[in-house]
Every structure is written in C-alpha cells, then in structure tokens.
Write a protein that binds this ligand. Structure first.
Ligand SMILES: Cc1cc2nc3c(=O)[nH]c(=O)nc-3n(C[C@H](O)[C@H](O)[C@H](O)COP(=O)(O)OP(=O)(O)OC[C@H]3O[C@@H](n4cnc5c(N)ncnc54)[C@H](O)[C@@H]3O)c2cc1C
Length: 299
C-alpha cells in the first residue's frame, strides 16, 4: 500500500460518514433482507454460493442481540422460501458475547437450531482476540450437539496451529482467513509473508486433519496455493470451498468458478454498516483514490 493510502487509512475515522457510505457501498448488499436476497439471487445465477451476514457487532443490550436472532430466523425463512444457495455467518459480539457467554451461546443456539430445521448451516465469524476462547468454546459445544455449525481461524494468530489440534475429531468445518483485527505482536504474526506462510501451513494442517476447509482470501498467491493443496491431497470438489467478500475482485471469483471450484460470497446487509465498511476500506489498496473521487464528485 502506498504512503498516501496508508496516511488516509490512519485518518479514516475523520472521513465523513456519508463519504464512507458511498465508497463502501460495494461491500454491502443494502440495508434490508430484500437487498440481501436480490444480491444472493444474482450471485447464485453466476454460479456462486453465498453466506448472509446481518451487520452489527459489540452489542451491549440483550434486546439488540435477541432482535438479531429474530432477524436471522427471517433470513432462514427467506433462504428456504426463495430456494437460495446460501447459509449464514454470525458475529458472536452481535449475539451478546460482550454481555455474557452463556446468553450468547443461547442466542447462537437458537440460530443454529433454526438452521437445522431448514437443513442449513451457520458459520461463526472470528472477531478480535478478546473473543477467541469463548467463540471456540461455543463452537465446540454447538458442533457436538447440532453439527451444522462451523468456525473461523485467523492465520495471523500465533495460536491457530494449536487451535487446529483442538478441533472436533469429526465433521469440523473451518474458514481460514488472514484475520482483520489489529492485534498486538505478542500474539499475532505481523509480516505480510509470515501471515501468508502461516495461512498455507494452517490450510494444509486442516486438510490433513480431515477438516472441511473454507479458503477465504482474495490474495491470488493464496488462492493459487489453495488450488494446489486441494489438488495435492485429492480433495473432491464438495470437500472444500473458496470464499470471498462481496465487492472484492469479481474477476478472481470468476476464475475460480470457471476452474470448477465451489465459491461462496460473504453478503452482509443491515443498517449497522459503518464498522464493517471501515474495515473493508482499510484493506482496499486504492482507498485514497476512491475516497478522493467521492469527495470531489460531491454526490
Ligand atoms: C469470506 C470471508 C470471510 C472473512 N471472515 C473473517 C472473520 O471471520 N474474521 C476475520 O478476522 N477476518 C475475516 N475475513 C477477512 C480476512 O481476514 C482478511 O482481512 C481479508 O480477506 C483480506 O485478506 P486477503 O487474504 O484477501 O489478502 P490481502 O493481502 O488483504 O488482499 C489481497 C488483494 O485483494 C484485494 N483486496 C483485499 N481486500 C480488499 C478490499 N477491501 N477492497 C478492494 N480490494 C481488496 C487487493 O487487490 C489485495 O491486494 C474474511 C474474509 C473473507 C474473504
């Protein structure tokens, strides 16, 4: 990333919310479930699967967590009614992890139980390091009792290779990604190439352990290594998938689908789009150009 882009990233909280919203709209399906359904239908018609995420995080009121559970129940009803090829992704801190772990587990359990009724699946996203242990505990508990649930591991975390050893023996499903939160060096690898190397190491360890890997990346090098590893280990096409975020590198998405790989797109929607959008903008190597253009266009 250029010096100018890096400068803009650090001053990003000063950028007016309206500008952030305009530049980040590509990463979000819209504010309503209907918007998400429309986006998923388009993705399905292009040969991609989806995972729908209700935006929101760091909730400190029980009513908000319960409202999010109700929204996820509506999502499953829409997926079934519209026959969409989509599961859901959830953030533990939207479902009350910062309030109480038991309360959060109960909220996530309601989502997972609803998914089960619909023959569907829930992916528990991984947030910052203050949530890792509790998220893995909740995942292991619900995996044992329901099965239709997966988790995420982050390649930048030093603990990740050890966490793979602690996964359930049978039927585990793990999305492996680089990791997006700003973590201290004591616990997280920082070098770009180091994180890549740990990603490849973790992915191969997941495959060898018989875990269903969801290879989440837009890094062409990692996509290439992912293709090579699933080939090397002879994984059938239904034993892994690639995953990408809405609004990022549609061309790589098409390349992977054309190569015969299953690919799932993360489709977030909702009114609470700001923190998610800020994280996405910080990762966009051309963020300055987009922000400046939006500011100058004045629309
Ligand atoms: C489906 C999915 C789910 C995820 N879930 C989680 C999670 O639960 N927890 C978590 O910590 N992280 C999650 N992430 C984010 C992930 O950890 C990385 O931060 C993110 O994917 C960027 O890493 P990368 O592998 O794409 O590599 P990068 O090196 O960041 O990106 C590679 C290239 O992709 C393009 N690119 C990447 N991001 C953008 C962008 N925002 N806008 C435009 N171009 C871009 C650029 O060309 C860039 O050079 C998820 C990512 C995906 C794809």
């Amino acid at each position: 990333m250029s010096v100018f882009n890096r400068m803009l990233v650090t001053t990003m909280p000063l950028v007016p919310k309206a500008i952030v919203g305009r530049v980040a709209s590509r990463y979000v399906a819209g504010e309503t479930l209907d918007d998400a359904v429309r986006t998923v239908r388009t993705l399905n018609s292009q040969g991609a699967m989806a995972t729908i995420d209700v935006l929101g995080e760091e909730v400190h009121e029980r009513e908000k967590a319960v409202a999010a559970v109700e929204e996820y129940i509506r999502v499953f009803q829409a997926i079934s009614a519209q026959q969409l090829d989509s599961n859901v992704s959830i953030k533990p801190t939207l479902l009350g992890l910062k309030i109480d772990e038991g309360f959060c587990r109960d909220c996530i359990e309601r989502v997972v139980a609803t998914a089960k009724e619909h023959g569907n699946f829930v992916r528990i996203d991984m947030e910052d390091n203050t949530t890792t242990d509790a998220t893995l505990r909740i995942y292991r508990d619900l995996h044992e009792r329901y099965g239709n649930v997966g988790v995420v591991l982050q390649a930048y975390m030093r603990r990740t290779l050890r966490d793979i050893d602690e996964l359930p023996e049978h039927g585990a499903s793990v999305r492996i990604c680089k990791g997006i939160y700003v973590e201290p060096r004591e616990i997280a690898w920082k070098g770009y190439e180091t994180v890549r190397a740990n990603y490849v190491e973790a992915l191969e360890k997941l495959i060898v352990r018989g875990v269903y890997p969801a290879i989440a990346t837009h890094d062409e090098y990692l996509a290439c290594r992912g293709v090579a590893l699933v080939d090397k280990h002879g994984l059938a096409r239904d034993r892994y998938e690639f995953q990408m975020l809405l609004g990022v590198d549609d061309e790589l998405r098409r390349v992977l689908i054309a190569g015969g790989h299953r690919l799932r797109v993360y489709v977030p929607y909702g009114r609470d789009w700001y923190p998610y959008s800020m994280r996405r903008l910080r990762e966009n190597p051309e963020v300055a150009r987009h922000v400046l253009r939006a500011m100058l266009s004045g629309r």
